[in-house]
Design a protein around this ligand. Structure first.
Ligand SMILES: Nc1ncnc2c1ncn2[C@@H]1O[C@H](COP(=O)(O)OP(=O)(O)OP(=O)(O)O)[C@@H](O)[C@H]1O
Ligand SMILES: [Mg+2]
Length: 251
């Protein structure tokens, strides 16, 4: 990872309708190739920020600037897998390429490579209903990455999974992130997940919301579940929890 910003958020505020001010004066940068996690209480404005970064919403004021001047190609993943039930895993992953009008030649290789990367080699022809929750999330992850986006936006991607599957998916995500040139921004409700995966944990709080704290996670990589028990890990987790609680109590 280098420290050059991939994107810069400058004084961004967002108001829904006439007067529902949700975000106020956010300023931060995402380092190129970095992994940033965002935590904060429910309803604070995390998904709104994801939609702003994805270009699905335009900020009411302020700017979002990209290093190369152009909005990058983006991969998006939400809490629910949102797969199309009538399409196989393979056909679901192929969808973004079809939408982009990518010619048929080579598509097969690209889709199969991505299915391999998420560990679903044998399940290309399975339908979503035939997959476990974790496998469906893997298909969704493959679909978010198949067009090789430079920015991956994840909005509570593993929220619907059981704890063990969720841990495994976190490790998978780290493996995939290390294999690709992609900048990751992930919303999560889990402090442990945020600390284990990210280079930096941002805490959002307040009404309207701002970035209340930014905590650099200097744990070595590769990260593994064994680190969770370490004193250093616990210190980071406490720092994040304290920052969240200050925001909740502060309101
Ligand atoms: N399209 C919209 N129109 C009006 N208000 C909206 C819209 N989308 C979100 N909001 C409001 O903005 C606030 C922040 O919502 P947002 O979905 O960003 O929260 P969140 O932090 O992602 O919450 P959660 O953790 O529950 O997913 C909420 O008060 C919500 O009602
Ligand atoms: Mg949300």
């Amino acid at each position: 990872m280098n420290q050059e910003p991939f994107l810069t958020v400058q004084n961004v505020s967002h108001v829904f309708g006439e007067q529902q001010k949700v975000l106020t004066n956010l300023s931060f940068a995402l380092p190129n190739g970095g992994f940033t996690a965002l935590v904060g209480p429910s309803g604070v404005g995390k998904s709104t920020l994801v939609r702003l970064l994805a270009g699905l919403l335009r900020p009411s004021s302020g700017q979002i600037q990209y290093a190369n001047g152009q909005p990058p190609s983006i991969g998006l993943m939400f809490q629910k897998d949102n797969l199309m039930p009538w399409r196989t895993a393979y056909e679901n992953v192929r969808l973004p390429l079809e939408v982009q009008g990518v010619a048929n030649e080579g598509v097969d290789t690209v889709v199969n490579k991505m299915l391999n990367l998420v560990g679903l080699n044998g399940f290309a022809q399975s339908y979503p209903a035939q997959l476990s929750g974790g496998m469906a999330q893997r298909v969704a992850l493959a679909r978010a990455l198949v067009h090789r986006p430079l920015l991956l936006l994840l909005d509570e991607p593993f929220g619907a999974l059981d704890a063990l599957t969720r841990e495994r998916m976190g490790q998978e995500l780290l493996r995939i992130w290390a294999a690709l040139p992609v900048t990751v921004f992930m919303v999560t409700h889990s402090i442990q997940e945020a600390v284990l995966l990210a280079d930096e944990v941002m805490v959002m709080g307040g009404q309207p919301a701002k970035i209340a704290a930014r905590i650099q996670i200097a744990l070595p990589r590769p990260r593994s579940m064994e680190m969770v028990g370490s004193e250093q890990f616990q210190q980071y987790s406490r720092a994040v929890r304290q920052a969240i609680e200050e925001e909740v109590i502060g309101n």
